[in-house]
Design a protein. Sequence first.
Length: 320
Amino acid sequence: MPRDVHPRLLRSFTAVAETLHFGRAAEQLHLAQQAVSRDVQALERDLGCALFHRSTRSVELTEAGATLLPKARQLLELQAEITTLGDTRALLVDVNSAGGDRELTAERILADARHRLPDTELLARYHGGLSGAARELAAHRLDVSFGRYAGLPAAVRSRLSHTPVRLEPMAVFLPLGHPLAALPVVPLAALAGHPVDVFAGQPATAEWTDLGLRLLAEHGLAAAPGRTPPVGAAEFARYLTRHGSPVLTTTDAPGIPGGVARPLVDPVPLSLLGLVHRAGMRHPGLAALRESASRLGAEEGWLIRSPGSWLPPEDAALLG
């Protein structure tokens, strides 16, 4: 008589099959590595076949494992649909800020997920920073956000789940009259003598400030004094003109009147954007967001790191 297969075993198998690494699969599932290994071994006993070729250096799917993987995914997706049938509430998704003249990464993911689930309400919110959004996530006033997960305190990260989404090259906003504005790209060394604004002292974007301060410190550069940050493109334009400091941003940031964004090089600094939500949360909209991020990222190489680029070690560790 065939035995029932517990979804937990399929979930562990799928995580290992997708990462080809028991340790990373365990991190993804928030389980001990031994528990994931036991689940895979139990599934192999139930099915009567080996699912992985294991060695001290690598993990590879067997023919049986490769056959099982798409079927396991289908079963897990079906289970997720069944367990969320009663959950029809809107999903509150923080995309940080509106892109204006260009669609930001989080906005693109949200738009794609809405296309996937036209009957599910996904509502955009604009909290402007993951540090601030993390408090809203913990209070259940927000469901999903995007930002630099490694910059959050460990106690906060322990209550959240994270999926790497995109390595975003960094840039600086410059007033049109700034001496560096005429350059097509700005070498980091050229910022010597030009203190860079990383929104120091702004609690809502503390994870971004931390990234900026690390970048500047490692390259012998100075940070501009902490100031009250602007909100909206018009206020940002006034802020940029008034203070005149280069403002750290990413290359896909929307345009600002009276200013230009110039990519940073030598080396190219990167910011790891992640999709973040409460640990253990289930919602069809969340699954759609993750699927959209995965598809867009695969098509456009969002997680491919260019040789010689700069990324803090704690962020790089999240890439596996």
